[in-house]
Ligand binder design. Sequence first.
Ligand SMILES: [Cu+2]
Length: 176
Amino acid sequence: MKNLNKSIILVLAISAVAGVIAMFSLEGQMFGQTSVASAASQKTFYIATVHLDGITSIYPASDHPSEPYPNSTLPSGGGLVIKKIDNMGGWKIRQYMFAPSVIVVNQGDQVTLNFVDVQGPEHMITVDGIAPEFDIHRGEMKTVTFTADTVGTINFWCSMHEPNMRGEIVVLPRTN
Ligand SMILES: [Cu+2]
């Protein structure tokens, strides 16, 4: 009999918790969607410095065809680099970039950008009109905070890896 009572109490307790959860999710559906999405809020992003490497060889391998060393000129500035053929016939192309490179916020948002140097020993980063050029070394994180006052785009870039290590913050109008 005691065990039966315990079981009944347990079932009642579970039902009560389930009911509370259901109430909260219903409230979220009724009030959460539009008001939360349009209100100014704190938005935090982590932006990594990364590079893509295309690695190949002038010689064929069992699982890959040979690829001749390219006969073209890439833009200067350090953001796109072709490494010379090594003594095994291998060569590679590297592209530096930010990940992510496009950030979307709403006007009025308090924005925190945490730049983290994951790849590349050093970068020199500017956030246009917000943060003058600062350097960052691998393993470091540097933080830029601002309020997104004006609708439009804010560019950021690395002067060591032009012309392609660039990104933009898109500030959309408030919808309320
Ligand atoms: Cu860079």
